[in-house]
Each structure stands twice: as C-alpha cells, then as structure tokens.
Design a protein around this ligand. Structure first.
Ligand code: PLP
Length: 403
C-alpha cells in the first residue's frame, strides 16, 4: 500500500474516532457505490442516512454546479436568493405551524438550538430525554443522548437533563410536570436500535407537554424527509411537535441541521443569541432545495413506503428461517434485524458480499439506503443476508445459548 493511498493518509492524519471499515468509496450512483477498483456495493448505509435521493442525482449535481459558479459564501446577516428558495420549499413541506427555521450545519446543532429555544421560551431548565435516545455529541445534545459510552468521559454534562424509559407510560406521567421545559424524543430511535415508539406513548407525551406548558421536541434527524415512508415520522403517530429537529439527508450529504418552530417560539431567541457562520450558506441551501424537488418529483416518499414494505417482508422471511435472528422491524426504509449474536463481523462479511450495512448497537443490523431503492436491489441484499445467516446458524453449536 502506498503512503499516498487514502487508507494510509487517513490513518496517519485523522483523529481516530471512527471504527473504520477496510473500504475506500470513490463514487456512487443511485443506490450503488464503488471502490477505487470499480467494485460495486449496494449502499444500505446511505452515508448514515444522509443520501436520501440517491448518489449523484442529476438535480443535485446541477444545483451544486450552478450555485458553485455563482456564490458559495453569504452570511445570514444579509439576504440570499438560494437560502430564500430553500427555506420556502422547506416550510412548504413541514407541518404548517412550524413556519420558521434556524439553519445550522449538523444534527447536533439542530438539537442545540431546540434546547435553547425550549429553555428561553419557557423560562424553565428541565429537559426530559429518553433512555436509548441519541441526539448527537456536542455538549448540549450529548446531555440528552443516553448511552453512557458516549457520555462518561465528558461529565459533568449540562445540568437539568433526565431520561425516562422508552415507551413507559407511568414514567412519562410522573416526569413531565410544570417544571419541564421540554420532552425531547425520536419517534423511532435510530442509533438506539430502530425502536418504534408506541402510538399511545407518543400521544401521551404530546398531551402531557401541552397540559404542563412544556414543549414537545421531535428529533427527526434520522426519521425525517421520507425515510419512514411519510415525509415526517410524526405523521405515523398523528403527533405534531412544537419544535422539529432535522438534518442528515436534507442536503444530499452536504452539512446541514435545521430547527423548525412556530413564530412565537422562534421569536424567543433575540438577535445574536444563537447564530452560525455557515448556517444557510448558499451552496447547501441550493442543494437542499434541489433535494426537496427530487424527493417530490421522483415520488421517493411513496417509494420508501412501498419498497420498504417489500424489504421488511424479506427481512421477516429471514427471521422465520433463521433462529439466529430475533426480530425484523422498522418503517419505510429505516429497517433493522435484531440478532442473537454480535453483528460487528457481519458488517465486514456484508462488504465481502457486496452490501454496505450499518449496526445500531451490538446485535442490530440497520439499513438506511437511499429512498430510490428498488425491489431488485432488495432481492440482492436479502439473498446475501440469507447466505450470511445460514453460515451464522451453522457456526452455532446446537443447543448453545446465544446472546
Ligand atoms: C436522531 C439523531 N439525532 C441527532 C443526530 C446527530 O446528528 P449529527 O451527527 O449530524 O450531529 C443523529 C445522528 O445520527 C441522529 O440520528
């Protein structure tokens, strides 16, 4: 391996904070990505869910090229045509009462803004998050993230945060009081293992926050923009939040985070109290607008629902046929296989089989493909998984207890 190849260079000079796979991706198209040698992979990782409309979508390529040759840098303290176009499109697809956006550069930043809006507008300090929840790794977002492995080394985190058990009605009733500024929740926990909130529980959180004068913040950074087969996952639950956090795929992989709220709540932030140098920059905004156009024109939300159902049926069949699989679950194209074994090695075997997948905890395989996935690619993935599960099954000693 040459000292100039990407693996050597990244290993030598980047912070060692990612657990790297031995794969260098150099290009992509639709739901496929390719390594330097031209080897093809079905992309069920989708850049951790940031590739919504497919790699190198012509609309996105055109928007990048057009805007890059026109203007890439323009601070929020002056007006910009690309930013205005994006925010108009964004608020037209968002719940109608959430008509103001704070534009930032990552999901964690979208959460930071939501926490500040909640505290400032209510005058309260308590933020109630959920066990198993994930909201990012900046200090505010990390205070809401549950997993001790992310938190431990950085304590003390922000005061005023607590975590209630997922889908626990009684715990929610006793935690959400008039002291609470907000409840912060993912409708479907992503990093926590693709765990779906119960309809009753999310509805209860909505009622409790309304009754106590606190706010409901939905973190749809992973579930938003059609991922679950609806534009926003809250629609499955008939729940409309006071604040909506978005990120990941809105700008087709370019850095973005969005906090949406109504005029009253957003108006609680005074001038200069919360800003971002890069937030709403023209290039990301143009790509965000093109991504929304592509999402609507290509009917990708409907495709996520339809192909997602087909994919889930394939995963459910695998579950019936392989006892090493505990459960197939998910909504739209946010899917998971919970297994009775540690999946880390399976991710590598998936690469060998031409499929890029994600984990979500020790024993959960997660699938966040672009929303343009089709049935033939699903068949390819399920066939590969069938083979891998067969091997996992064969590797177990009969009668052996597995995790
Ligand atoms: C639900 C949720 N919230 C917040 C984040 C943090 O987003 P980012 O990594 O862009 O800061 C993520 C990232 O995976 C997420 O899935």
């Amino acid at each position: 391996m040459s000292l100039n190849d990407p693996v050597s260079v990244e290993d030598a000079h980047l912070a060692r904070v990612y657990s790297k796979k031995p794969l260098t991706i150099v290009r992509g198209t639709g739901c496929l990505v390719y390594d330097a040698g031209g080897r093809e992979f079905v992309d069920c990782a989708g850049g951790y869910g940031t590739c919504i409309v497919g790699h190198a979508h012509p609309r996105v390529v055109e928007a990048i090229t057009r805007q890059a040759s026109k203007l890439t840098s323009c601070h929020g303290s002056v007006y910009n045509d690309a930013r205005a176009d994006f925010v108009k499109k964004l608020t037209s697809i968002a719940p109608s009462e959430l008509d103001r956006a704070f534009l930032a550069n990552s999901g964690a930043e979208a959460v930071e803004a939501a926490i500040k809006i909640a505290r400032k507008s209510t005058g309260r300090r308590q933020i109630i998050a959920v066990k198993g929840g994930y909201h990012g790794k900046t200090h505010g977002a990390l205070s809401a993230t549950w997993d001790p492995k992310y938190r431990k080394s950085f304590e003390p985190l922000l005061p005023g945060f607590s975590h209630i058990p997922f889908n626990d009605t009684e715990a929610a009733k006793s935690a959400v009081t008039t002291e609470a500024a907000a409840v912060l929740v993912e409708p479907i926990q992503g990093e926590g293992g693709v765990r779906i909130s119960s309809l009753d529980w999310l509805a209860l959180l909505r009622d409790l926050t309304r009754d106590t004068g606190s706010l409901l913040i939905l973190d749809e950074i992973q579930t938003g923009f059609g991922r679950t087969g609806k534009m926003f996952a809250g629609e499955h639950f008939h729940v409309r939040p006071d604040i909506l956090c978005l990120g990941k795929g809105i700008a087709s992989g370019l850095p973005i985070g969005v906090t949406l709220a109504g005029d009253g709540l957003m108006g609680s932030l005074g001038k200069g109290e919360h800003t971002s140098t890069f937030g709403g920059n023209p290039l990301v905004s143009a790509v965000g607008a093109a991504t929304i156009d592509a999402l609507l024109e290509d009917h990708l939300v409907e495709n996520a629902a339809n192909v997602g159902r087909y994919f889930q049926q394939g995963l459910a069949k695998l579950q019936r046929e392989h006892s090493v699989i505990r459960e197939a679950r998910g909504l739209g194209l946010m899917l998971a296989l919970e297994n009775r074994f540690d999946v880390y090695n399976l991710l590598q075997k998936g690469l060998d089989g031409g499929v890029l997948m994600l984990d979500a905890g020790r024993n959960v395989l997660r699938f966040l493909p672009p929303l343009c996935l089709d049935r033939s690619l699903v068949d390819r993935v399920v066939t590969m998984l069938d083979r891998l599960m067969e091997l996992e099954q064969a590797a177990r000693v009969p009668g052996q207890t597995i995790a």
